[in-house]
Design a protein around this ligand. Structure first.
Ligand SMILES: CC(C)C[C@H](N)C(=O)O
Length: 444
């Protein structure tokens, strides 16, 4: 952690949408946008998540379409159930923002108050989702057709129809990845929510705040050089015409993956507060599996064998057509999102960098692209960025202000939020791919 020691953390922000980003910066970049004004007009105010996403209006429009479809349109599951499923999913990542928001929405939708006492008070049918919830959140590659069968097979007590199940799967994965966004961007509770959790987070920020201002000058010029260096590397990567053997490509993928597994993980276990533990079964189950021989890597899924474009989309299109289209559009928008900027530079082609981030997240989830050279991930993503990305994608509850401020010190906050958008969508797609693959196997 030596390289992080010199990071200056800004003064604590007492209020606003994020503990990491000054409110002025969010308003300046986001508030003028049309989508934000629409949200303000229709609901009287924009919530913190929307304010943060409002930094990227094209994405926000698309996100809201999916979000509205999940909670407004007809569908097999009653509205109160949908909110309850979100509570179960976000509790796995200790995301109090989402748990609180959806607890209120659950009651507003006519949900039975007693369910909020804990999972054991909900009907057995919902309780049966807990294994899938756990696997989707932490180790989706383990999901098999048997998990699907247990829930949908005709003999099963409190059986799930495939249409219901696919909706539940989308809700759970949506919540897990949104929890990554909330915790990765330091989103603060809404004024009406109780602030306990985030207060803890703020005091952590505060405690490592006071630093000597004079040193900033020198750090800034170092940071400026880092951007230049990164842009040079991007040019080199773009011009590289080198061909590698398939073995070499696989080795490079494995190298990245092994390194990512060795990043400091959440070995320290803390006791789960009751507001989450009542919705969580097997709280010790997380991304990493520490077997007696060390850390176990997820098995590889080759994108050529199962990809969103060629397989996942068409299956989802059959089972939950409208959602397949919306998700597809959201994936395309997030992957194409660019302003051609890099910190203080403009007119830059950032595609290699954005692709490296996306592919790194899929790599952490065991998904390998045959035609991608993972050496690029190594060249373009600095270590502190990798630590942040892995933490937010796999253990978002462990994100600290220090991690947020350590990477890309010279970049704009909106660019770090951009990283979070890539991160949450890549994570969502990875989880969906494994679940859909299991459904395909169940159906054939
Ligand atoms: C994540 C960032 C490096 C993205 C960059 N600002 C762009 O417009 O493409």
């Amino acid at each position: 952690m030596k390289e992080e020691a010199g990071v200056d953390l800004p003064q604590v922000l007492p209020s606003g949408p994020s503990a990491f980003i000054p409110i002025e910066e969010i308003l300046e970049e986001g508030a003028a946008q049309e989508v934000m004004s629409e949200a303000l007009l229709s609901e009287g105010r924009a919530d913190h998540i929307k304010m943060m996403m409002g930094l990227h209006p094209t994405y926000l429009t698309c996100f809201l379409r999916t979000h509205d479809a999940l909670f407004q349109l007809d569908g097999p599951l009653p509205l109160s159930w949908r909110h309850f499923i979100i509570i179960l999913a976000s509790a796995r990542h200790q995301c109090s923002y989402l748990v609180q928001h959806h607890s209120s929405a659950f009651l507003l939708a006519g949900g039975d108050e007693s369910w909020l006492r804990g999972l054991h008070c909900a009907p057995p049918k919902i309780q049966h989702l807990q294994t899938l919830n756990k696997l989707l959140a932490h180790r989706p590659w383990i999901i098999t057709q048997e998990h699907i069968q247990e829930l949908v097979c005709p003999g099963a007590e409190a059986r799930w129809s495939l249409a219901e199940l696919i909706q539940a799967i989308v809700l759970m994965s949506h919540a897990h990845s949104l929890a990554s966004f909330v915790l990765g961007c330091g989103v603060l509770p809404e004024p009406e929510q109780s602030a306990d959790e985030s207060l803890q987070m703020c005091s952590a920020t505060e405690s490592c705040c006071a630093r000597d201002k004079a040193r900033n000058q020198q750090e800034w010029s170092e940071a400026v050089n880092e951007v230049k260096l990164l842009m040079e590397k991007m040019m080199i990567v773009q011009q590289q015409g080198e061909e590698f053997t398939q073995e070499e490509m696989v080795t490079r993928f494995e190298r990245e993956r092994t390194e990512s597994l060795l990043e400091p993980a959440d070995v320290q276990r803390s006791v789960l507060p009751d507001c989450f533990s009542r919705f969580v079964v097997d709280a010790d189950f997380t991304y990493q599996d520490f077997s007696p021989r060390g850390v176990q890597a997820p098995p590889t899924m080759r994108a050529q064998d199962y990809s969103w474009e060629d397989h996942g989309f068409s299956l989802m299109n059959r089972l939950y057509g409208e959602m397949a289209q919306l998700l597809d559009e959201k994936f395309q928008v997030v992957c194409a999102l660019t302003y051609h900027t890099m910190a203080m530079h403009s007119h830059v082609d950032t595609s290699t960098l954005r692709k490296a981030i996306w592919n790194y997240i899929h790599c952490i989830y065991g998904i390998r692209y045959d035609d991608y050279n993972y050496g690029e991930v190594n060249q373009l993503l600095e270590r502190s960025l990798k630590v942040y990305v892995k933490t937010v994608a796999c253990h978002p509850e462990k994100t600290t202000p220090r991690m947020y401020f350590s990477f890309w010190r010279q970049f704009r906050h909106s660019e770090k939020v951009h990283v979070n958008l890539l991160l949450m969508e890549a994570r969502l797609q990875a989880a969906l791919l494994y679940a859909l693959r299991a459904i395909t196997r169940y159906m054939t």
